[in-house]
Design a protein around this ligand. Structure first.
Ligand code: TXA
Ligand code: MG
Length: 338
């Protein structure tokens, strides 16, 4: 797509400008607690088409609809099970997306042709103020070019979408850094995790029966993905990603044997002192730190021309499952077992 705009970075006080862009059928980059989104009026098919065009997103991949208060839920979804309200009360505003039956006010383009919609209420006050002022539910996928890592700062959005969108609201770095947990309802009492995120399997399973969709854990048969987004290769930096299953000592030896110019290892802060090879520090080693820094690391290593990124696979519990899933996808679903 040719450059139509000189994309403006707006300060976080530019809520009115962002809201009027949305009201007038345009798109705007918005911060959230998870990753930056590219927002438009979810009820306006022409506006939503601009999101798909700017991102180069496949038309069958539905968008998440963002609301600013719980009462808005019934305006976009119908036949809402009471479990949905229980979950909303516990986890909203926050990184949980509920897939529910859609109301006809939401055009097919927003839902990728599905009869359902993914809905979430962000905790980010700025995002919610924009929704309130615009007075409409806001469809917003992650504000990256389709296939590249989700953006966790306004700079990342500008890098992907400069010239393709009119403006980005700069709300600083995203605190969570990884996209929301997406769940659907197998029955009114049973949940299915379609995309793991910051709200964990364990937290959901403590409330109701919860299963993890197969597409989270292994390469999905394209025709069978319950969540269309899971079938696309995602989150990939330009560098190749090598995922390794082994102890830190085994990893260090393996990386040493394969090291070379422009290859980087992702390791924790306390591991950097004795690591004689190029590396990028990922914080204290908690799953939350890995989540917050993973996409940023991918982007920053791409910028310095890394050809390969090596990392150890985390345990699949807690927020680790979301990190595991994003790494696994970036690595093309391959893990080297040491
Ligand atoms: O944290 C987030 O969720 C961010 C911020 C901006 O809110 N948004 C985000 O949107 O990650 P996106 O479009 O990049 O990812 C949406 C995911 C995709 O995997 C999509 O297939 C799934 O949610 N999804 C959306 N609506 C769905 C539906 N009706 N049924 C099944 N999956 C759905
Ligand atoms: Mg995305």
């Amino acid at each position: 797509m040719k450059n139509e705009f000189s994309t403006k970075i707006l300060s976080d006080s530019a809520i009115e400008t962002a809201a009027s862009l949305i009201k007038n059928g345009d798109v705007v980059g918005l911060p959230s607690e998870t990753v930056y989104g590219l927002g438009a009026d979810a009820t306006n098919a022409k506006a939503v088409a601009k999101i798909f065009a700017a991102k180069g997103r496949p038309a069958d991949n539905p968008l998440i609809i963002h609301i600013s208060h719980i009462e808005m839920l019934a305006t976009v979804a119908r036949d809402i099970p009471s479990l949905a309200f229980t979950l909303a009360e516990k986890f909203w505003g926050g990184p949980l997306t509920l897939v529910l039956k859609k109301r006809s006010i939401i055009p097919d383009i927003t839902s990728g042709g599905l009869g359902t919609v993914g809905v979430r209420m962000p905790s980010c006050g700025l995002f919610r103020q924009v929704i309130d002022l615009a007075g409409v539910p806001v469809a917003a996928p992650s504000a990256n070019v389709s296939g590249s890592p989700s953006p966790t700062s306004a700079k990342h959005v500008l890098r992907d979408l400069d010239g393709k969108i009119p403006a980005i609201v700069d709300g600083g770095e995203c605190g969570i850094g990884i996209e929301s947990t997406v769940v659907s309802f197998d029955t009114p009492e049973k949940l299915r995790i379609l995309r793991p995120g910051f709200v964990t399997f364990e937290e959901l399973d403590a409330i109701c029966e919860t299963v993890i969709d197969e597409s989270v854990l292994c390469k999905t048969d394209i025709s069978q993905a319950a969540s269309p987004g899971m079938k696309y290769t995602h989150y990939s930096p330009a560098a190749s990603v090598v995922l390794v299953d082994g102890s830190f000592e085994e990893f260090t030896r393996f990386f040493g044997e394969n090291s070379g110019a422009d290859k980087y290892a992702l390791i924790t802060d306390d591991q950097t002192a004795d690591f004689p090879y190029p590396h990028y520090a990922m914080g204290d080693g908690s799953d939350k730190d890995w989540a917050q820094r993973l996409f940023k690391a991918f982007r920053e290593l791409d910028e310095i021309g890394a050809v390969a990124i090596y990392m150890r696979i985390p345990a699949k519990n807690g927020v680790g499952l979301a990190v595991w899933n994003r790494m696994f996808k970036a690595a093309g679903f391959e893990v080297i077992k040491l």
